[in-house]
Design a protein around this ligand. Sequence first.
Ligand code: NAD
Ligand code: LMR
Length: 329
Amino acid sequence: MTTTITLTGAGGQIGYALLFRIAAGDLLGPEEKVRLRLLEIPQGLGAAEGAALELQDGAFGLLEQVEVTDDPAVGFDGADLALLVGARPRGPGMERGDLLAANAGIFGPQGAAIAAHAADGVRVTVVGNPANTNALIAAASADGVPAERFSALTRLDENRARAQLAQTLAVPVDTVRRVPIWGNHSATQFPDVSHATVAGRPVTEALETIVGDVSVWLDETFIPRVAKRGAEIIAVRGSSSVASAANATIEHVRDWVHGTDDWTSAGVVSHGEYGVPEGLISSFPVRAVDGEWRIVEGLEVSEWARSRIDASVAELTEEREAVRALGML
Ligand code: NAD
Ligand code: LMR
């Protein structure tokens, strides 16, 4: 079988980190052939074409075809998977919300082009920031494509949260599980350890002996560290995260297609779960079953967690209002 994958922003940094892993089979496994469509704007075509030449030189057995274009009709033609990475990244001192207006104009037309040209079962992952609201705009513009087929990347935040916990507890990161992200991929996000386990034991219990007052540590150290990790990376390396973002994108899409054996996190459309207003693309604890994201329901949410979730969801609601005011919804 062959899967057609459209990558927007293919000439950019994350694009470059993604392409070779996709061609090597990291996304869909060693049996599935891939056809790549690299969509760029005219200024990015040279970089995307260069990447296409290098893909050829990689002599990847799974790679059937690579097409580079700046025409969304060609770029999304027959796409089974669309990775919407192309956007303007933030620089030092900017919040992700500052990008709303700059990027709103990209995701509406791309949503419409997906509806018109992609394969019937297309699944869309939005990485470009502000990812949740860009996914909302794309979904709203994709007439006839169910909103459930659009998701926003928050797997990087979850990976960051698990890595911070593993470092604090001095355990292998794989032993830390069930650390969902709620809300927005922004500084208001809520990385939730309430149900997390380390080698089967509650994380909160394991933290007690190491950090003392766990609630203070969560409020003052853990949550800000995870939520502001994107800004930390920008400050240290001078531009936003690349390889870790590409890695999280691979994990997100692979899980969506192949299924999960436990919870993970993704920005998905709300049907009112956990009081999140209907229609918002919010991060939730999810499983992937039969190619669909399913929100993990019935979790106990403490008053403290509730206020954290509400704060991030309020920001998503404000972003939706701002986009409405721009006439993009
Ligand atoms: P980059 O500037 O290196 O690349 C972006 C590319 O997108 C450029 O080549 C540009 O020409 C292209 N582009 C711009 N508009 C386009 C359009 N309309 N169609 C197709 N291509 C277009 O940026 P990057 O470092 O690759 O980051 C890409 C995006 O990913 C940014 O918005 C960044 O903030 C975001 N990001 C998200 C996460 C996450 O966890 N959700 C993590 C890291 C980065
Ligand atoms: C990240 O989390 O690294 C990205 O969203 C980039 C950013 O602007 O923080």
